[in-house]
Design a binder for this molecule. Structure first.
Ligand code: NAG
Length: 246
């Protein structure tokens, strides 16, 4: 009898280990009044697991995040300043942790707050127009150091059955973010104009938050798109009943 019980326990442990639950810090109960605190732990341990990439889920290593192109326009008219940033490589995103979770399990809605101490970005840029009375046409390298990055991610899923399991299908995802402190600059200007480089660096550092605001709509769209693909892949692989139980 005792031997049978041991065998059953081992079988149960093996069965659980073979499912995807081990990526999570454990299942969370819908009945738990602190289910959000449980989800916070689970989501963070999943994020930790996925950091280095998870080939079995088709998820690549989190670093760096690459954004093909972003552009900004300041001021109208033919001489308005325009800049396009290409091959943006951002690192430090994998160091972000989830600091808060709010869920509505009835309607399968989740809001995550994330915090990252430091994110760095490098890109190539091209600009045209006039900035601070200086003709700012040209190109070069852009660098940015962002401290205290806070993000909010909202998503809603819809449950469906597949092979006798319940999964969530991503219905909607929105995100927003803020940066406490920004330092950035341009270097290696193509025409090597020191006056222009100094003017640009002065301008972008005194207007860093304004520039971020200008870039935000495009940046948010791109990041929400990346995040949606990432999350859809996770939801496709990990049954909902593997993380939420009654
Ligand atoms: C993550 O944080 C650690 C500790 O501060 C740091 O050493 C590491 O370089 C960071 N990783 C990235 C990709 O920025």
């Amino acid at each position: 009898m005792e031997r049978l019980r041991v065998a059953l326990v081992i079988a149960a442990v093996v069965a659980v280990g073979a499912s995807d639950t081990n990526m999570f810090g454990g299942r969370c109960s819908r009945q738990d009044p602190n289910v959000d605190a449980c989800l916070l732990r689970s989501f963070n341990s999943l994020a930790e697991y996925l950091k280095g990439g998870a080939p079995e889920l088709g998820i690549e290593e989190a670093e760096p995040i690459v954004i093909d192109e972003l552009s900004i326009a300041l001021g109208g008219g033919p001489d308005g300043y325009r800049a396009t940033f290409k091959d943006i490589h951002a690192t430090g995103v994998s160091n972000m942790t989830i600091t808060n979770v709010r869920s509505d399990l009835e309607s399968h809605q989740f809001q995550l707050t994330l915090f990252g101490p430091h994110i760095s970005a490098r890109a190539r840029y091209r600009s045209s127009g006039v900035l601070l009375l200086v003709r700012a046409s040209g190109g070069g390298d852009y660098w940015g150091e962002y401290d205290g990055v806070k993000a909010k991610v909202y998503f809603r899923g819809a449950p469906y059955e597949r092979d006798g399991r319940t999964y969530l299908r991503l219905q909607q995802l929105k995100l927003d973010f803020s940066v406490k402190d920004i330092q950035m600059g341009v270097e290696n200007l193509q025409n090597g104009n020191a006056v222009l480089q100094a003017a640009l660096n002065l301008f972008i550092n005194t207007n860093a938050q304004e520039l971020l605001k200008e870039m935000k709509p495009e940046l948010k769209r791109d990041l929400a798109d990346k995040m949606s693909r990432f999350l859809a892949r996770i939801l496709d692989h990990i049954p909902y009943d593997d993380w939420i139980v009654d």
